[in-house]
Design a protein around this ligand. Structure first.
Ligand SMILES: *Cc1c(COP(=O)(O)O)cnc(C)c1O
Length: 431
């Protein structure tokens, strides 16, 4: 598959280049030149297929022929070594749980897939690649875990000292091997600024190959389309047209769902559920797009004021607003509403949700008011134990801490403190 830049000022390139570069040279996001629907028979017989088989069939056109089929099969199988359960709460609402991976965040799938693709590309190359990421929480852990032990790839994660949760910090700082955590004396934006500066530092980029591992990278973005196929497989015998409600921040996940729909998946509508960071909600109401600084909330992985993947959403509809509007609804909810939703889910459905999933539940309920005959699947993107302070207070009950989290809490933190770009640069250059 070939990819073009959405800024349209860079040459068309291969999957390999798109993964290694992250962003195109004109700073645009890469986008596939073509999306070919899968044969109808694939959907008719989807119940009889395993998750890796479904995923391999769906992703192949985006990767082939640069990664050989047998290698791609192995990558997909290895990436998806955990469950994606669907729990039906009532006749109108189901939950798709995406938190059963090693760091208990849905970002595990994208990070693991990208790591394995990059590992394949570096295997026969003498040059090492450095993945540089700034994290405000969950991305760093998923990326660190996904890339652990991948040959030819070094991962450097910048995080703001004292600003991530204990669990998140342990997930970043205890792995060792090819993963280094840099603890920045500052806030998330300082980490982000240093990473951006590194990507445009010509002197540095002549010496080392840097890439990013957030959802602008096609290898992290595209595998998220698997979730929607898995949910359909579970629910198709009961509900023929599903609505998906996606708790959204950078809009990578919901945009991947829309790619699945382009592949022919029967989806009747998408809902993007947002916290008070409502740039897209405003856009959908006014048709004018005004990015804003982010506002901190209890669903902090969605605190994004200028969603990086929204340009991809627009591209999928050829920038025709009415086409997008007929397929996407978008709502914004406050922290108070989110906490009430956690309580309501617990009381009425005996379901413990994290704050991100609770925003998804609110989106589903809002849509159902005007569309009561629909069945809405909301995505639960993180395990509630990762947001212990909020969830235990709201439901007034202790929740079980899963083994993945308990074992990481016992390990010893290792980080290197830095407080300027110069320190980052000399670390990267090995000075
Ligand atoms: C990253 C993240 C999101 C938002 O996903 P996008 O693809 O950025 O829209 C939602 N919930 C959790 C828990 C996340 O980590």
């Amino acid at each position: 598959m070939e990819y073009y830049s959405l800024n349209r000022k860079a040459p068309i390139t291969t999957f390999e280049n798109a993964v290694i570069q992250g962003l195109a040279p004109d700073k645009g996001l890469y986008f596939p030149t073509h999306i070919e629907p899968l044969p109808r028979d694939f959907y008719k017989t989807i119940e009889s297929r395993s998750n890796p088989e479904i995923a391999y069939t769906a992703i192949k056109q985006f990767i082939s022929p640069e990664i050989p089929d047998s290698t791609l099969k192995a990558i997909v199988e290895d990436t998806l070594s955990f469950d994606f359960p669907v729990i039906t709460l009532n006749d109108q609402i189901s939950v798709l749980e995406l938190f059963h991976g090693p760091t208990m965040a849905f970002k595990d799938v994208g990070a693991r897939f990208m790591a394995r693709c990059l590992g394949f590309f570096t295997k026969n190359s003498p040059n090492r690649i450095t993945v540089l990421v700034a994290t405000s929480g969950d991305t760093g852990g998923a990326v660190a875990n996904g890339f652990l032990g991948v040959k030819g790839v070094d991962v450097v994660i910048l995080y703001p000292s004292g600003k991530v949760s204990d669990i998140q910090e342990k997930q970043l700082t205890t792995l060792g091997q090819n993963i280094t955590a840099l603890e920045v004396d500052g806030v998330f934006d300082d980490c982000q600024d240093m990473v951006k500066q590194a990507f445009v530092d010509e002197q540095l980029n002549k010496k080392i190959q840097l890439t990013s591992a957030n959802s602008i990278n096609v290898a992290r973005w595209l595998p998220q389309l698997f979730y929607y196929l898995f949910a359909y497989k579970h629910l198709k015998s009961k509900y023929n047209a599903i609505v998906f409600c996606v708790p959204s921040g950078n809009f990578g996940n919901v945009c991947a769902g829309m790619v699945a729909q382009k592949l022919g998946l029967p989806v009747s509508h998408f809902i993007a559920a947002n916290n008070k960071n409502d740039t897209v909600v405003n856009y959908m109401n006014t048709q004018s797009y005004h990015p804003k600084p982010s506002i901190p909330t209890i669903s902090n992985a969605m605190d994004v004021g200028n969603p990086s993947n929204f340009v991809r959403v627009l591209e999928l509809y050829d920038n025709v607003f009415m086409d997008l509007k007929s397929n996407l609804s978008s709502y914004s909810f406050s922290d108070d509403e989110t906490e009430s939703a956690i309580l309501e889910l617990y009381d009425k459905c005996d379901y413990i949700a994290d704050p991100h999933g609770a925003v998804g539940y609110l989106g589903a309920k809002t849509y159902l008011k005007n569309n009561p005959k629909s069945h809405v699947v909301f995505l639960e993107t993180a395990h509630p134990a990762k947001f212990l302070n909020v969830v235990e207070k709201v439901i007034d009950k202790k929740i079980d801490i899963p083994d993945q989290i308990q074992s990481v809490m016992k390990k010893e933190k290792k980080s290197i403190k830095i407080n300027s770009y110069e320190e980052l640069k000399s670390f990267l250059l090995g000075d």
